[in-house]
Design a protein around this ligand. Structure first.
Ligand code: PHE
Length: 464
């Protein structure tokens, strides 16, 4: 008897994306998330602006894009979930553990992702009722702080958000994920363009534009390179089998390099638009760009309060944030749902409700870690930060490293190049292959090494 779900998964008819556009929008929906609109702006703010963006662009092009293509080809070649696909390509070898690690990462990431998404949902509601606009500007920090440290209310918002995620995933690939992304992603693009235009046309916006466009390399910290690379992974949803899983629903006649290029391009464009939406306004209203995680929840509401039709823009912005989070969360849930429903031959509905509920419960300590559980520390971090650190800084880069090594060293080069839709003598194909085989593993290894603190011991200048 085989231990994995291959046998059962083949007896069930596997769904596929209806159209290439549908697939790309779903993958863009996965990539564009809190990472783009909440995290990218604040890490850019903390790392000096424009110069950091340039480093980030290199990380996307050099590492992110090639690994995204690697994930797609594994998924499409096998048409299997993130675990079975490794078993299929490397039978009787431990490579499937990479897939299992991805499934574990999906549980962890979605558990705390749902918490922040719940905050976004609450802020959408407070924008609709006008509450957030009536808080005194100097009270906004305390307002946010007291909301996230409450016991019940953030959990209820997280629950509501997780219900939306579950309802979409229950619908399946075509009628759930593809259908909703086709509607939500164009909406998101429209919203962000409107907000960016509003921001860059404010008087005093030019200082913000300069911050984004005029590189000051002296503002880069040594760690900025590693932060940029780590974030490229998170933002493109790489290293945990999301793109393997989404790739497994791609019909054979679609061109993978083209898709990967469009998806990473769109993800980057949205991140840059988020920067354009936020920084010109931050500078125009004399706020600080380096406000950290509170940037969108504290700094932006202060701006909306001073903007004509501020309520309108507040609603648009938090709706945008919620939509971005929703389509990413859907892809996070799909990874374990695909795996468990294949493996145990459970129905999609049953599996989605079960896994979704478990992940919601796992997220509760993350939600409480700003309040009643704030003194509960794991390696000096509260529960939320520990979960984020474990998943984003360890599991994703490690997964990415293993995926690159798998495609570069375990698969036969001819098979890999062919599965990536390249001709054998294609220069681009060769370039891609060498990046995956040598460049990406070395760079990711450095990122991981940096975490252990070894790098800063050998090269003290890295610690600033
Ligand atoms: N890419 C998503 C974002 O930017 C997060 C994510 C990570 C989604 C990993 C799926 C897998 O917010």
């Amino acid at each position: 008897m085989r231990l994995d779900g291959n046998v059962t998964s083949q007896t069930k008819q596997r769904e596929q994306w209806g159209t290439q556009v549908g697939f790309m929008l779903a993958a863009i929906g996965s990539a564009v998330g809190l990472g783009n609109i909440w995290k990218f702006p604040y890490i850019t703010g903390e790392n000096g602006g424009s110069a950091f963006i340039i480093v980030y662009l290199f990380a996307i092009a050099l590492i992110g894009l090639p690994i995204m293509l690697s994930e797609f080809l594994i998924g499409r070649k096998t048409q299997m979930n993130a675990v079975s696909s490794f078993k299929e390509l490397a039978p009787n070898k431990p490579w499937y553990l990479t897939g299992l690690m991805g499934v574990a990462a999906a549980f962890i990431i979605l558990s705390f992702y749902g918490v922040v998404a719940g905050w976004a949902l609450n802020y959408t509601f407070e924008s609709l009722t006008g509450k957030i606009l009536s808080v005194a500007p100097e009270e906004l920090g305390a307002h946010f702080g007291s909301f996230i440290s409450e016991t019940y209310s953030p959990i209820l918002w997280q629950l509501l958000f997780m219900l939306l995620v579950i309802l979409i995933v229950v619908g399946g690939i075509n009628k759930g994920i593809e259908k909703w992304n086709k509607f939500l992603m164009p909406t998101l693009a429209l919203l962000i363009v409107i907000i960016a235009i509003r921001s860059v046309t404010l008087s005093g916006a030019s200082a913000g534009l300069e911050f984004l466009l005029k590189p000051d390399f002296s503002a880069l910290k040594p760690t900025s390179f590693l932060i940029a690379l780590g974030h490229a992974f998170f933002s493109l949803s790489l290293g945990m089998g999301t793109m393997i899983t989404y790739g497994s629903y791609v019909p054979k006649d679609q061109n993978l390099p083209k898709a990967a290029l469009w998806i990473s391009g769109a993800d980057t464009l949205i991140a840059l638009l988020a920067g354009l939406a936020i920084f010109p306004a931050v500078f125009a209203f004399n706020m600080e760009p380096n406000a950290g995680p509170g940037l969108v929840f504290i700094t932006l509401p202060a701006i909306f309060q001073q903007l004509p039709a501020g309520q309108f823009f507040a609603i648009l912005f938090f709706l945008l944030l919620t939509i971005a989070a929703l389509t990413s969360a859907v892809s996070l849930l799909e990874v374990p749902v695909a795996y468990f429903s294949d493996k145990f031959n459970w129905s999609r509905k049953q599996t989605t409700w079960l896994i979704g509920t478990i992940i919601f419960v796992m997220g509760i300590p993350s939600s409480l870690s700003s309040g009643v559980m704030k003194d509960f520390k794991i390696f000096g971090k509260n529960f939320f930060d520990a979960a984020d650190f474990l998943a984003s800084n360890i599991l994703l880069p490690l997964g990415g490293l293993l995926i690159a090594l798998f495609v570069g060293w375990v698969m036969k080069s001819k098979d890999a190049v062919e599965a990536a839709d390249y001709e054998e003598k294609d220069t681009l194909g060769r370039l891609w292959y060498y990046v995956v085989k040598f460049v990406a593993p070395v760079l990711i290894f450095l990122v991981l090494l940096n975490l252990t603190g070894i790098l800063t011991k050998i090269f003290p200048f890295l610690s600033e």
